[in-house]
Design a protein around this ligand. Structure first.
Ligand code: SF4
Ligand code: SF4
Length: 369
């Protein structure tokens, strides 16, 4: 790629959609879909489990029923961890086709592969199912979303060279993280000649609002750029990245994120490394707000909402007059941070490997003091 060529690899993830009264705000999703396609975007992303099926419903209602199939591309994922038999894979796949209103997925993946789910995938022969779908003409390419170490990824890709695409978490804060191993996972996929799709480029919104010390570093280089803009540029500047999926919830955000930009310079990359250092020192829970943990909590604690408020209070202590009342309002019907019984049944479902019960104790001390 030419150094100054402008790029945009933005994909539209249907994981966090605007809602009204617990339902997707259909008008807003239509509007964002129209703006995304009109602005040159192509890729939509969904999964069986996103928003309890409402994400696939939104794909059908706002995309496949309103646009010709050849005018966009769609990524779908099989919840392989729910499959006990090969026939289950077929059953979920047929249901996904029905829910999305299409027979064809441009990319069909196993969702959330980690050590445990990989064992299930091998036991149920789910890679054979991916091949079957592709050979049957129902998928253009096949792959998986990855949530484990780079060394295990290396093993899986060595055993399954038929995979075309790996979807993984990359952002400038996790690039050198020992837990997420973004850089190592990226390099592993590239070494195996795989196309890389990216999730969490703005780390669930964490990188959209920076503490003043971090923001100053970026403003000194480009005062007009927003923190999200910087986060998206970091990911899209990686040559092995084909698509950078972003969950968006405002039409203005879609338009802003679609603006093409030049890849990062070395000075800009260095500035982001410094920002990552500031953020790491500032602490906070590395929660992306994916909500995978929530349905596993017997106490019905709004885990990501509480962590978001805890992080805000850590980073902007002077705003506690605003944050504490919101916390009280959020937990008014019970399920406070202090109601956590440390059962840890949420923790195995967290893709960020967060020791949720420990952080919940700290959140209770901070937010309820
Ligand atoms: S550890 Fe706490 S937050 Fe997690 S599931 Fe148990 S009660 Fe809920
Ligand atoms: S705690 Fe983990 S699983 Fe729960 S919302 Fe945050 S990142 Fe997702």
């Amino acid at each position: 790629m030419e150094r100054n060529a402008h790029i945009n690899k933005l994909g539209f993830g249907f994981l966090r959609l605007p809602e009204t009264d617990g339902e997707p705000d259909w008008r807003a999703v239509d509007e964002m879909t129209d703006a995304y396609l009109a602005g040159g975007g192509q890729w939509f992303d969904t999964c069986y489990t996103y928003l309890n099926g409402r994400s696939e419903q939104a794909i059908r209602r706002c995309v496949t029923e309103r646009y010709a199939r050849e005018s966009f591309r769609l990524v779908e994922k099989l919840p392989g961890y729910l499959c006990r038999t090969y026939e289950d894979c077929r059953r979920y796949f047929r249901e996904e086709q029905r829910r999305c209103g299409t027979d064809f997925f441009d990319i069909f993946m196993l969702h959330w592969l980690n050590r445990e789910n990989y064992e299930i995938a091998e036991r149920v022969d789910e890679f054979r199912f991916l091949r079957e779908v592709k050979q049957g003409g129902c998928a253009g390419r096949i792959g998986f979303s990855w949530h484990d170490s780079a060394s295990l990824l290396d093993d899986v890709l060595s055993r399954h060279p038929e995979v075309d695409v790996v979807l993984m978490q990359i952002n400038y804060l996790d690039w050198e993280s020992a837990g997420i191993e973004s850089r190592k996972c990226y390099e592993t996929a590239v070494k195996h000649g795989k196309s890389v799709f990216v999730m969490e480029p703005v780390k669930g919104g964490t990188l959209a609002k920076l503490p003043p010390e971090a923001e100053r570093i970026l403003r000194a280089l480009a005062p007009e750029r927003t923190p999200s803009d910087w986060a998206l540029r970091f990911v899209q500047s990686l040559p092995g990245v084909e698509v950078c999926l972003s969950g968006m919830n405002r039409v203005e955000q879609v338009r802003e994120n679609l603006a093409p930009f030049p890849p990062l310079t070395e000075a800009e990359t260095e500035a982001l490394r410094q920002v990552a250092e500031v953020l790491r020192k500032g602490g906070g829970v590395p929660c992306t707000g994916c909500r995978y943990c929530v349905s596993h909590c017997p106490q019905h604690i709004a885990i990501p909402d509480i962590f978001a408020m805890f992080n805000e209070l850590q980073r902007w202590p002077e705003e506690d007059w605003k944050i504490r009342p919101v916390y009280e309002q959020t937990v008014k019907s019970g399920a406070r941070a202090s109601d956590c019984i440390a059962c840890r049944s949420c923790e195995g479902h967290c893709p960020q490997h967060i020791p949720i019960s420990e952080w919940m104790r700290r959140a209770a001390r901070t937010l309820e003091s």
